[in-house]
Design a protein around this ligand. Sequence first.
Ligand code: ADP
Length: 259
Amino acid sequence: MSNTTPYYHETGKETLVFEQCYNNKLPVLLKGPTGTGKSRFVEYMASKLDKRLITVACHEETSSTDLIGRYIIKGAQTVWIDGPLTQAVKEGAILYLDEIAEARPDVIVAIHPLTDHRRQLYIDKLGEIVQAHPDFMLVASFNPGYQRGFKELKPSTKQRFVAQSFNYPQEKIETEILVNESQIDKSIAKKLVNIANKVRNLTELGLSETVSTRLLVDAAKLIHSGLPKRLSVEVAIIEPLTDDPEIIEALKDLCNLMI
Ligand code: ADP
């Protein structure tokens, strides 16, 4: 492990599972809401395995061309430029497709032959098939978003991956993460985690996403740098969650009692 390995606190057996998937050349799907440490985990594992990590943040316009590559015009010539997927396949890097369900369907088609025993990439525009480097690994993240507004991933695609669920860590672990990420006092970190758990249990608010560890870390950083505690909670935790003025007021009242 290099000395620049990012801090990651294990919450289950994810490290062991990932290592075995890497050894067995199996693609991995990390499922869970935003801000639960999926990206941090991949950065940590890439560093631990001493592999280059190439991350693509997928959005609704992300196409297979963006991943595989394209011709560009350079002076009087057209030159082929490998996309991030092709680079990773050739050099044996870890490719992380963050929020894969957001991407266009042709992205899923492009990765299919890489997710089974073939481990091949078809580059239509060049008429080439590239055999993946033995160290190439595909990792994707997906937010199941049980409530609303999230794109689904087809079962036939999900079943091409070994999948692991990420969720909000247990209180003790989440407190440690906050202390580590922000150098805040443990007693304040505990209060922030209590607030988060309280809000997470308020399912009647109908929030599409609730308080993530990321939001807590942001609040902790603001408090550590001197912003008043209640204001930090308001701007880092409450306001990003909802735009409904009544819910904002109700959450402020609740949180003010807790910090
Ligand atoms: P995701 O990719 O799931 O949206 P991130 O990996 O970006 O989430 O996590 C958001 C932030 O939360 C990280 O930058 C880090 O500060 C913190 N975090 C969440 N879980 C962990 C963990 N298990 N160990 C260390 N930091 C974590």
